[in-house]
Write a protein that binds this ligand. Structure first.
Ligand code: CA2
Length: 146
């Protein structure tokens, strides 16, 4: 039995699809979860969102014990959380950091992600569709890692 792919979402993403559609699109997070499950083609997806840093860290620890890969949109914690970076550094498998928007085209405070220091790959700017790309990439990377 293959280990699941964890898809973790940080603060405010529970409101996806409700504002700033020009930046983030109009897809809701529930629809993003469906896209991930479809992209996974039968591979188990653990899909979660929290506005609390400690909860994201606890889920990374869970993935260390049980997961094949982590896809994480850390949202604003990308730019502030050394605690999330430290947790991700403990994960032995592939990590895909995902941003719906292209953070590098945005204001300077969105440019320096701590999470990127632990990421195997970074996807930014593909919109909500980026999640489907990330799931396929994570499954491929997890397979390569064995
Ligand atoms: O582009 C992304 O996916 C981001 O990680 C989203 C974060 C933002 O802080 C990052 O810089 C880029 C959070 C976006 C705020 O949450 C929203 C929720 C609903 C609608 C619009 C934004």
């Amino acid at each position: 039995m293959s280990k699941p792919i964890y898809v973790l979402n940080g603060p405010n993403l529970n409101r996806l699809g409700t504002r700033e559609p020009q930046i983030y699109g109009s897809t809701t997070l529930a629809e993003v979860e469906t896209m991930c499950v479809e992209a996974a083609g039968g591979r188990e997806i653990v899909f979660r969102q929290s506005n609390r840093e400690y909860e994201l860290i606890d889920w990374i620890h869970e993935a260390i014990d049980q997961g094949a890969a982590i896809i994480i949109n850390p949202a604003a914690y990308s730019f502030t959380s050394i605690a999330i970076l430290d947790a991700l550094k403990m994960f032995p498998g592939p990590i895909v950091e995902l941003h719906i928007s292209n953070i590098h085209r945005r204001e300077p405070h969105y440019h320096k992600s701590y999470v990127s220091l632990a990421a195997t790959a970074v996807i930014a700017g593909l919109g909500p569709q980026g999640y489907a790309v990330a799931v396929k990439a994570a499954i491929d990377l997890a397979g390569r890692a064995g």
